[in-house]
Design a binder for this molecule. Structure first.
Ligand code: NDP
Ligand code: 8X3
Length: 252
């Protein structure tokens, strides 16, 4: 029987790259996100290419009832999750605190912190019953440093950093591994979402240097997941070579 990975935010970027990499490693997959068409296309592609089982569970991670009913409604076979990748997340806006949009703040806090918690509560209980599991939390360099105008996004990723440590302590007696991966700049839809569809502004974020790509992070996650049973990677910070710190990038 194949192992099972549940990936949140699998419709794009890092989550999509994880889906392909774990499929290649013969995992069956639970793919989640809001954009059902993308998830279904990805599921079809991975099922055909890698001969694995894929189930799509589409929900808005901010909606507590949707998260609980979608996950608890999965057939029992799918509750034997070996790896949970808490990846769904986003940044909205880049403004000084005094000008920040309350809606943007709510969106980031509800998605990056509360959504991650809703999924983690359900799946960690499955893992406790199963007596195995590995939770990967996707943090950010923004959870390790604070940069100008990053205020609330940085706060949400600092919360992920704290929750990663807290989960490891609480789940320790159950033998569940907990790992955070903290990326620097990765070229995905992230900046387009941050700048609300302004493609020109988003593109400028990656001008003049070579950013990470989603598969770099998927490979790092796989490294953590593929360690022997007695080894846990607590956290890794993964940066583009041209990025020394959140706001220090060497551009040609
Ligand atoms: P993308 O924008 O490409 O992917 C974000 C994913 O999150 C999408 O699949 C999206 O799915 C999902 N998502 C967002 N909001 C919701 C929601 N309300 N409900 C369900 N799913 C949601 O960005 P990345 O791949 O770059 O981001 C993945 C993670 O990596 C995020 O947590 C981000 O903060 C983190 N990160 C990214 C970095 C970067 O530079 N790109 C650097 C450091 C960390 P859908 O829209 O279909 O719902
Ligand atoms: C995404 C990286 O530097 O834009 O988490 O915050 S950054």
């Amino acid at each position: 029987m194949n192992k099972i990975a549940l990936i949140t935010g699998a419709s794009s970027g890092i989550g999509e790259a994880c889906a392909e990499l774990f499929a290649n490693e013969h995992y069956d997959l639970i793919l989640t996100g809001r954009r059902l068409d993308r998830l279904e296309n990805l599921a079809k592609k991975l099922n055909t290419k890698y001969d694995i089982d894929v189930v799509v569970s589409s929900f808005d991670i901010r909606n507590r009832d949707e998260v609980l009913s979608s996950l608890e409604g999965l057939p029992s076979k799918w509750k034997k999750v070996d790896v949970l990748i808490n990846n769904a997340g986003l940044s909205q806006g880049l403004d000084p605190i005094q000008n920040g949009s309350l809606d943007d703040w709510d969106t980031m806090i509800d998605t990056n912190i509360k959504g991650l918690l809703y999924v983690s509560k359900v799946v960690s209980n499955w893992m406790i019953s199963n007596k195995f599991g590995h939770i990967i939390n996707i943090g950010s360099i923004a959870g390790k440093e604070v940069y100008q105008n990053g205020n609330v996004y940085c706060a949400t990723k600092h919360a992920v950093d704290a929750l990663n440590k807290a989960m490891r302590i609480d789940l320790l007696p159950h033998g569940i591994k907990v790992t955070a991966i903290h990326p620097g700049a990765v070229e995905t839809e992230f900046s387009e979402v941050r700048f609300k569809g302004d493609k020109e502004r988003a593109k400028k974020v990656y001008d003049g240097f070579e950013p990470l790509v989603a598969v770099d992070i998927a490979e790092t996650i796989w490294f953590a997941v593929s360690r022997p049973a007695h080894v846990n990677i607590n956290e890794l910070i993964v940066m583009p070579t041209a990025q020394a710190a959140a706001s220090i990038i060497f551009r040609e």
